[in-house]
Design a protein around this ligand. Structure first.
Ligand code: ADP
Length: 650
């Protein structure tokens, strides 16, 4: 038989028993006293149990030191009769105890102390409130003196410092455990940076891993290049943006792009979410920001990535009651961003899907002055993303990713990655060795059903209506003199309920608009509905936003710009404050009578009707072109400026 401590595995009734045994051998686990203090990496590590042990020792010492030698405890009446009989000739009167000693030869206090320390007999009693006691002592010639029961120094220390400290520690631990569920270590660790530092080039993501976001990538290549070869930029005196804001719906690959910049440049990547900063205690977020930037500066060149920037960067203007913690955090972020030069090599990337609610201060020059749109992918983008995620998956001969890309308008990268993964799981469940088309289609259905609110799977008829509607806008713009050129037409659904959109960007900054140009704008807005009516002979709700915008322009022409027949050169509303901007919160004042109100309504409807008729005629004459572009759009989902120009010219 060997050492009994070395039991063999099978001798334990269960795994639990073995765990207990192992713990016992290590000297820990339930049933074993916790370590009083420990050493870690050669350093003394504070232990809570140390305090408990110290208190126990001190209490024990107290009990030992205050045990009053061999004093014999007697009743108060006996004490009195002993005085009367002369057995007690000296009394020390404490608050809760009287100590009496017999005939003596020296100082009473000295003697009592000697008695206590030598263990010689004396008498002690618990006093009774007896007003005649002093008279009695006087009568028998007893010397008496007041006795202050003083605790030894150690005990005093214990009472005044150690016990309150221990109590404080216990409460602190309790509270921090309660509050600490949000972060490792609780409040003891507040202010510490929770960011995870990824070692150089450790993100492992490259631009090649991100598909379908070519335009966004192009914008970020420059940042990557700066981090890689800053000398090139410094030599020429160029400044690279300090902050880049990635804007787009969730799951479109914003985090991936940020990681790719770090991965390509092989620099450390600090990743934090905006919500990590916002804590219960005012000032914690701000100290976290400081800490983060301090670390980043030490590791420069590097990238800081702040996800969900809107969690801290919410505009301060529209919040009725301020949130001190968020405001302080935001201010600290602004201060830190201003505090380092753009050549320091720290670049801050941030992501948000709600750029509209960000505080304008964040978007000023020197902060997040560059915005990169990371939009939902179009057909080609979706195909490329599917290809990337399909690399490690085995497919059957019938799998057709092109068809899957076509069937998933509105899906973002994360959804597509999910479709491939879900299809693989479905194939395994069905006992197949490879993923077939039916698995992929079922995975789409599952994803759509699960994410009904997020993704709209548009039926073919609606898709066609959207395509004609958008082409209507774009073609009207192309046929309207002085209209901004069409930049992009797409039927990829976007968040906020838009099923497609036509983007026009002005060729130059415009501060003035002529009457004709305003009417042209109305035409373009009405073009969508006009196209629908021409092709499908009915109109849909899709034009709601266009109509309200067209009406607004017409109303402004009449009430603000004095462009109506009757009220030529006359403003009918109070002006807006030019410094507040048009944030939708300003109320305009109404400076007209009821009858004028009626006139305005009539006039608006007249303007809209005549323009609509005009657009119907304009597009009616180009029906073939409208059809051609719409079909092309249905096929490609997105048409860019160059392609659109070519289509219109031919
Ligand atoms: P976001 O930060 O925009 O919410 P993420 O970057 O976190 O999105 O993307 C989540 C996941 O979706 C990624 O890990 C990746 O698997 C997938 N994904 C998203 N966009 C793309 C893309 N453009 N190319 C390849 N994969 C993508």
């Amino acid at each position: 038989m060997g050492d009994f401590d070395d039991r063999n595995e099978s001798e334990f009734a269960s795994n639990k028993d073995k765990e207990k045994w192992d713990a016992h051998k290590k000297g820990s686990g339930p049933g074993m006293p916790p370590p009083i203090f420990s050493f870690k990496n050669g350093k003394f590590k504070f232990s809570f149990w140390y305090f408990i042990a110290a208190v126990m020792i001190l209490l024990f010492a107290n009990a030992f030191l205050t045990s009053s030698g061999e004093s014999q405890e007697i009743s108060f009446s006996t004490f009195k009769s002993m005085i009367e009989s002369g057995s007690i000739t000296e009394v020390l009167m404490g608050e809760s105890v009287y100590i009496g000693t017999g005939p003596h030869t020296g100082n009473a206090i000295q003697e009592t102390t000697t008695l206590l320390s030598t263990g010689k007999s004396s008498y002690k009693t618990v006093p009774v409130d007896d007003p005649n006691f002093v008279t009695l002592m006087d009568q028998y010639g007893v010397t008496y003196s007041a006795y202050k029961q003083s605790n030894p120094l150690l005990i005093q220390l214990l009472m005044s410092w150690v016990i309150p400290l221990v109590l404080f520690m216990v409460i602190w631990r309790f509270v921090s455990k309660r509050m600490g569920s949000g972060g490792a270590g609780g409040i003891i660790n507040f202010g510490k940076n929770k960011s995870q530092i990824v070692a150089e080039g450790d993100t492992g993501v490259l631009f090649d891993h991100v598909a379908g976001a070519d335009e966004s990538k192009e914008e970020l290549v420059e940042i990557m290049d700066f981090l890689k070869t800053p000398e090139k930029y410094k030599a020429i005196g160029g400044k690279v943006p300090k902050g880049v804001l990635l804007v787009g719906p969730p799951g479109t690959g914003k985090t991936m792009l940020a990681k790719a910049v770090a991965g390509e440049a092989k620099v450390p990547f600090f990743r934090l979410s905006g919500s990590d900063f916002v804590e219960m205690f005012v000032g914690v977020g701000a100290s976290r920001v400081r800490d983060l930037f301090k670390q980043a500066r030490e590791k420069a060149p590097c990238i800081i990535f702040i996800d969900e920037l809107d969690a801290i960067g919410k505009s301060r203007l529209n919040v009725a009651a301020g949130n001190d913690e968020r405001e302080q955090t935001l201010n600290q972020l602004l201060v830190e961003m201003d505090g380092f030069s753009s050549t320091a090599g720290v670049i801050i990337l941030a992501a948000t899907n709600r750029p509209g609610i960000l505080d304008p201060a964040l978007l000023r020059p020197g902060r997040f002055d560059r915005q990169v749109l990371v939009d939902r992918p179009d057909l080609a983008g979706r195909k490329a993303i599917l290809d990337i995620h399909a690399r490690d998956v085995k497919f059957g001969p019938d799998a057709n990713l092109e068809a899957i890309a076509q069937a998933t308008p509105g899906f973002v990268g994360a959804d597509l990655a999910n479709v491939i993964n879900e299809a693989a799981l479905l194939a395994v469940r069905a006992g197949r060795k490879a993923v077939h088309q039916e698995d992929l289609l079922e995975a789409i259905e599952k994803s759509v059903a699960g994410l009904k609110k997020k993704n709209k799977l548009i039926n073919p008829r609606e898709r066609k209506i959207v395509a004609y509607h958008e082409t209507g806008h774009a073609l009207t713009a192309a046929l309207t003199e002085g209209s901004d050129p069409v930049q992009k037409v797409t039927i990829v659904p976007r968040g906020m309920g838009a099923l497609g959109y036509t983007l026009q960007t002005p060729t130059e900054d415009r501060f003035l608009m002529s009457r004709e140009e305003l009417l042209g704008k109305i035409d373009v807005l009405l073009g969508g509905r006009a196209a629908e009516e021409l092709i499908f002979n009915e109109v849909s709700t899709g034009a709601a936003n266009d109509i309200s915008r067209a009406t607004d322009i017409a109303r402004s022409m009449i009430t603000e710009y004095g462009m109506s027949e009757k009220f030529k050169n006359m403003a009918l509303t109070g002006g807006k404050d030019p410094f507040l901007g048009n944030d939708g919160y300003q109320q305009q004042t109404r400076n007209y009578s009821e009858s004028t109100g009626e006139y305005i309504d009539d006039e608006i409807s007249k303007v809209i009707n005549t323009r609509y008729e005009k657009v119907l005629k304009l597009l009616g004459a180009k029906l073939e072109l409208l059809r051609k572009i719409s079909e092309h759009l249905l096929d490609k989902e997105t048409i860019d400026a160059k392609e659109f120009k070519e289509l219109v010219v031919v």
